[in-house]
Design a binder for this molecule. Sequence first.
Ligand SMILES: Cc1ncc(COP(=O)(O)O)c(C=O)c1O
Length: 358
Amino acid sequence: MLEARSAVRTLPTYHPPLGGRDGLRLDFNENTVGCSPRVLARLRELTAEELARYPEREPVEAIVADHLGVEPRELLLTNGVDEAIHLLCETFLEPEDEVLIVVPTFAMYEISAAATGARVIAVPAGENFCFPTSSLLARLTPRTRLIAVANPNNPTGAVAEPADLLEIARRAPQAAILVDEAYLEFYGQTVLPQFRSLPNLFAARTFSKAYGMAGFRVGALAGDAGQMTMVRRVSSPYNVNGVALACLPTALADEKYIQQYVEQVREGRAQLQEEFRSCGIPFWPSEANFVLARFGPLRSAFVQGMRARGILVRDRSRDYGCDGCVRITIGTSEHTGRLLVAFREVLEEIGTKEARAR
Ligand SMILES: Cc1ncc(COP(=O)(O)O)c(C=O)c1O
């Protein structure tokens, strides 16, 4: 049996619970109704000839760059943000370099960074999961080579002020600062154009969330043109598949579809947060398409009760500081309606059971 590198042998594993996800999926922050119908129509038109070709990323990269207001040489399309994270780690990290992440957060930062042999330093979020700017700055050393921040953060929905992120980029010129804007559409504030004055800053975007295209696997990484030349060297020229490339321009062109979806999510988010407030369930105000709430000892009964009603929600109690917490994705207004009906039923059911047990 071959022995994997020592950095790989000690890697934490990430096993998202993917099996048997039938029902209303409010567990992975996906778009609950999927991509624009225009994207599906484009997909149906694909020919054997188009699929026989190796994918040509550059023409689509130019369209996405234009959409994001950057130059094509400042942008790389990637196989989801997951690959953007991986490529940044491969480009900048040497074994023993230091990587700062703020926990709890998205698991792939730690996995991709640790796989290179770098040391991952987890800085705990502040009270109420607020972004710990000063503790993060206090952990900077000359060996800090990557700081990865999800903004809004997953699983908390909390945000870092763009001014704080820029300050970190200024104070750590030796490090790549990745601002992962996977949930940007639900929040609205970006650091994207700022890499022109801060060449160590990178912004990542995905088409997996608001755009409903997680199965296509496509995202984008933007940064200083010189730095992006290095990142591009590490990437395969065919990292984004031809089906995703064929459909992406259509997805971008249907802006109305995204706008109406985001509006529904924002409304549903306010409704769910109001529901938590009125039931006395602690939650964290979110700027993303999900809300994290603390159900305490009732967490498992809540998740199971929802599943019994055909709704999947995500137990996050193993994340740092998230004991007893569940994360619930928000979808269309119709799906929020279903969620709230099931939510009330389950709370009543588990409340009654608890009262009987007393
Ligand atoms: C913060 C964050 N970044 C990236 C991703 C993954 O994005 P992609 O599907 O583009 O790889 C997720 C998915 O949950 C996420 O929460």
